[in-house]
Ligand binder design. Structure first.
Ligand code: URA
Ligand code: CA
Length: 432
């Protein structure tokens, strides 16, 4: 009997046919399968896993549960990039204008932050006037005219994923490789780009705790892309420590402006180069990834990336008069903590800092929560930097005075200062 047979088939370790997968997703999306049966099915998938073929069929079924975006009115090869979710990860805000300034169109559909990771839409909305609510026509028009646009995912984009993700969140079935891979790739397929560069995070602040797990997830998504006719490549990057030095929406905009001006921290800059060079290569703008890197660096150095960032902000209604004059972040209460010890920064717990920033109002615990654009944490040091006693470690930006000293103590506890550097410091790119 349907859908019990499908649940039992997977529960007992069977391989689901394409027909079974499409029917299950179609029936669930249209409300003909109730949540309790879908929840049992998800748990069966979580426990038994899926073959690459099943995972691809799941991604395609979810992608086709709604409309597939049509970007054909934008000339050129459109590339998309996607991160599996990071802390102080401002990569999109920096790489989109750089790649667009290099001549490759970027159609970026972004999400909001949930939990301790940030979302690109929330960051951009910290800019006064900036609108992420574009109609599809205006989105396409802006890409044709300015080379890039960023908008929220439309509600008809992979609706099965929206339903399944909420159910997974409530049933302990989020951390499943095939379910994560199908979830992400369904949205990439539906978003309509011609090529995708994935940034798969590993470490304390990511879904995947080890580079080996991240590699497996990356491989699954690259395989789905290949089988679905969407050229996809992946970069593995560390979320063992925050990527940039800013955690919080307007603070991350400030960091993006600084980085585009050539004053960024080294980890964030390295990841932007790694992803941006692959975007240029995947769009056939350069013949090799190495040439993509050179092109990206040249655009960056010339100031064209920053100029493009301002152009894109203005195109979406945002104010740019503050850029180059003062920081966007203007919070009424600030609290700076200094180091009591000297030595080297050997650990910065990304997840802990993300959670503190979230409690200050930078992120959402619940989907309905409203974010405070101006709050968060700005680090003065990155991983492996030297530090002297009395040197500032970070500043908290807050809308209230409450708890600031306690929050600063908690944040300070997330940062380790040792007398010596570790013997083999981990790099931000790759993993083993
Ligand atoms: N991001 C997604 O879009 N889906 C997942 O399942 C996990 C992370
Ligand atoms: Ca993201």
């Amino acid at each position: 009997m349907w859908p019990q047979d499908c649940i039992i088939h997977k529960r007992d370790g069977g391989e689901l046919s394409r027909k079974e997968i499409y029917r299950f997703i179609t029936d669930y999306t249209s409300g003909n399968i109730p949540d309790y049966q879908a929840a049992a099915w998800l748990m069966a998938v979580y426990l038994q896993g899926m073959t690459p073929r099943e995972t691809t069929d799941l991604a395609l079924a979810m992608a086709h549960s709604g409309r597939i975006a049509d970007l054909s009115t934008v000339p050129g090869i459109k590339v998309d990039k996607h991160s599996t979710g990071g802390i102080a990860d401002t990569t999109t805000l920096i790489v989109v204008p750089l790649v667009a300034a290099a001549g490759v169109p970027v159609a970026k559909m972004s999400g909001r932050g949930l939990g301790f990771t940030g979302g690109t839409l929330d960051k951009l909305e910290a800019i006064p006037g900036f609108s992420t609510q574009l109609t599809t026509n205006r989105f396409l028009q802006q890409i044709r005219q300015h080379g890039a646009a960023v908008m929220g995912q439309t509600t008809d984009l992979a609706p099965a994923d929206k339903l399944l993700y909420a159910l997974r969140d409530a049933t302990g079935t989020v951390e499943s490789l095939p379910l994560i891979a199908a979830s992400i790739m369904s949205k990439k397929i539906a978003a309509g780009a011609d090529a995708v560069v994935l940034d798969v995070k590993y470490g304390d602040g990511a879904f995947m705790k080890t580079p080996a797990q991240a590699r497996q997830l990356a491989q699954q998504m690259v395989d789905i892309g290949a089988l679905a006719g969407l050229p996809t490549c992946a970069v593995l990057t560390s979320m063992e420590a925050p990527l940039g030095t800013a955690i919080g929406n307007s603070l991350e905009i400030d960091e993006a402006v600084e980085t585009l001006s050539g004053k960024g921290n080294s980890r964030l800059t390295a990841v932007v180069e790694e992803i941006g060079s692959r975007m240029l290569y995947m769009a056939h703008c350069t013949a090799t990834v190495a040439a993509g890197r050179e092109k990206l660096q040249a655009v960056w150095k010339s100031g064209a990336g920053l100029k493009k960032f301002k152009e894109l902000i203005r195109a979406q209604g945002g104010e740019t008069g503050w850029i180059g004059k003062h920081a966007l972040t203007q919070a009424p209460f600030v609290y700076t903590a200094v180091s009591t010890e000297g030595g080297y920064i050997t650990a910065i717990k990304a997840k802990t800092l993300g959670e503190i920033a979230m409690r200050m109002g930078a992120g959402r615990a619940q989907k309905e929560d409203v974010v405070q654009p101006m709050v968060g944490i700005r680090l003065f040091k990155e991983l492996y930097d030297p530090v002297r006693p009395g040197e500032p470690l970070f500043t908290l930006y807050s809308m209230t005075e409450d708890n600031l000293p306690q929050l600063a103590l908690q944040a300070a506890a997330a940062i380790t200062v040792d007398a010596q550097l570790p013997n083999n410091p981990a790099s931000v790119i790759g993993g083993s």
